[in-house]
Design a protein around this ligand. Structure first.
Ligand SMILES: [Zn+2]
Length: 388
C-alpha cells in the first residue's frame, strides 16, 4: 500500500476525527470499554510483597534510581502507589519511580505477564488499536521512502501485523514468551532480547516504533540512544507514552491507572519528553496528544468511580479539540528524526554531559566523532510489553 496523501495530517478537522475514532471515551464509552477489555479485573501484581512497616515493596526486591533524564537525585515524594514511591524531578519535571524492581524481577515479570496480554487481545482493544496504528503509520509513511520497521515492545504483534499488511517489512522485538511464540509461528521476524542486546547494525531501519515502551524502561535514554543508532539518517522514530500532564492525570493524581510503579517507571509530559529527546539530538517533527479519557474526567467530576461509571459531560465546552489543543490528552505521540551529528552548540545544556551520567560500561562508538552516541554493553530491558 502506498503512503497516504498528506492532506489529512495538515487538516485539523480531519486529523481530530482520526484521533477521535480510536478514543474509547468517545466511541465505546468508558464503562463498557473497561469491562469488555478486562481492564476492571487487573490487580497490582506485587501487592503481596509490600512491607507493612514501610508501605513499600520489600527492600530486597528494589533498586534505587536517580532521574533517568538528568541524573538528579530523587526530588520531593509525590505519593506511594501499590508499594512504589513516585517522585518528581525538580530539574526536568519528570515524575518517576525512585525505587524500582530489581532488573531480574522486572524481566521475569515481562516474560511471564499474562493479564495485560489478555487486555490487548480483547476485541474492543484490538479494534481501536488498529485505528491508532493506522494513524501512526500514516504520519510516518508520508515522510519516508522505504519501509523497514522495527517495532520495539511489540506485545501481541498487532502493530507489526498491521504494518506488514500495508507493505512494510517488519521486525518485532519483544520479551513476553507467549507473544513471541505466537509471532514466530506466524512467520514474523522476532527478536527476543532487550533492544540494547539485540546487536542490530547501524542505520538498519526507516522507522522504529516505541508504542508505550519508554515509560517501562529503567533507562529511557539508553533505549533512545540505541533507537537513534539503528535508524537510517533520514529515518523516524514514533513514540507513544502516557502524558502526566493530561487532564485526567492532573485530576486523579495517584488514583490514575497510569500510576502503578512495578511497570510504569517514567511519567513524561511535553517538557520532560522534549528534554529527553533533545538530549539525544532528536528533532521533533510532531508532538501532540491523543486519547482524551474524557469519560473518566466526567465521572470524576460527578463524584463517580472514574473508571467504572458513566456520566454526562460536566463542562460542555471541554471538547476533544480543547483537550488536544492544550496537550491535555492522556497519551503523548511524538514523531522524531535523528538530528545532525554536529559540533557543539552554544550554551551547553546539562544533557550535553549525558555520557558522563551513563554507567562505566558505556563505550563511545568508534569512528563517529566526538558526538557519537554511547553504546552500552550492559543489558537493559528494551523489549518491553505494552501497558497503559
Ligand atoms: Zn531530571
Amino acid at each position: 500500500m502506498t503512503a497516504k496523501p498528506v492532506s489529512w495530517t495538515t487538516d485539523p478537522v480531519e486529523r481530530l476525527a482520526r484521533k477521535n475514532a480510536f478514543d474509547a471515551s468517545l466511541t465505546v464509552g468508558t464503562a463498557k470499554f473497561n469491562r469488555d477489555t478486562g481492564r476492571e479485573n487487573l490487580r497490582p501484581p506485587f501487592s503481596q510483597f509490600i512491607d507493612p512497616a514501610t508501605g513499600l515493596i520489600r527492600a530486597d526486591m528494589l533498586r534505587p534510581r536517580n532521574c533517568p533524564i538528568c541524573g538528579a537525585a530523587p526530588g520531593p515524594g509525590l505519593f506511594v502507589k501499590d508499594g512504589f514511591r513516585h517522585v518528581r524531578c525538580l530539574e526536568c519535571d519528570l515524575i518517576y519511580v525512585s525505587l524500582i524492581l530489581r532488573e531480574d524481577l522486572m524481566i521475569q515479570h515481562w516474560r511471564e505477564e499474562m493479564a495485560w496480554t489478555m487486555v490487548l487481545k480483547s476485541q474492543p482493544q484490538a479494534e481501536l488499536d488498529r485505528l491508532k496504528y493506522d494513524y501512526g503509520l500514516d504520519l510516518a509513511s508520508e515522510r519516508l521512502a522505504s519501509r523497514r520497521l522495527l517495532d520495539v515492545g511489540a506485545g501481541t504483534g498487532d502493530f507489526a501485523r498491521r504494518a506488514t499488511e500495508r507493505g512494510w517489512e517488519a521486525t518485532a522485538l519483544e520479551l513476553n514468551v507467549e507473544s513471541t511464540n505466537a509471532l514466530a509461528r506466524q512467520g514474523y521476524k522476532v527478536i527476543v532480547k532487550p533492544l540494547e542486546m539485540a546487536d542490530l547494525a547501524d542505520g538498519t531501519f526507516d522507522l522504529v516504533s516505541l508504542w508505550e515502551v519508554l515509560e517501562h524502561v529503567a533507562e529511557p535514554k539508553t533505549t533512545l540512544a540505541e533507537t537513534r543508532r539503528v535508524l537510517a539518517d533520514d529515518g523516524l522514530a514514533l513514540i507513544l507514552v502516557p502524558n502526566s500532564a493530561s487532564l485526567v492525570t492532573r485530576l486523579l493524581h495517584e488514583k490514575s491507572n497510569t500510576f502503578g510503579g512495578h511497570s510504569h517507571l517514567n511519567h513524561f509530559n511535553p517538557k520532560s519528553l522534549t528534554l529527553l529527546l533533545e538530549s539525544l539530538r532528536f528533532e521533533i517533527v510532531e508532538l501532540e496528544t491523543v486519547i482524551t479519557e474524557l469519560g473518566s474526567v466526567n465521572n470524576h467530576l460527578h463524584f463517580q468511580d472514574p473508571y467504572l461509571g458513566e456520566a454526562p459531560a460536566f463542562f460542555p465546552d471541554l471538547t476533544p479539540e480543547v483537550i488536544h489543543r492544550n496537550l491535555w490528552g492522556s497519551r503523548l505521540l511524538a514523531l522524531v528524526r535523528p538530528g545532525a551529528k554536529p559540533g557543539p552548540r552554544r550554551g551547553a545544556r546539562p544533557e550535553a554531559n549525558a555520557a558522563a551520567d551513563l554507567p562505566e560500561s558505556a563505550e563511545p562508538e568508534a569512528a563517529e566523532g566526538q558526538d557519537a552516541e554511547p553504546r552500552l554493553a550492559r543489558p537493559r530491558p528494551g523489549g518491553r510489553r505494552k501497558k497503559s
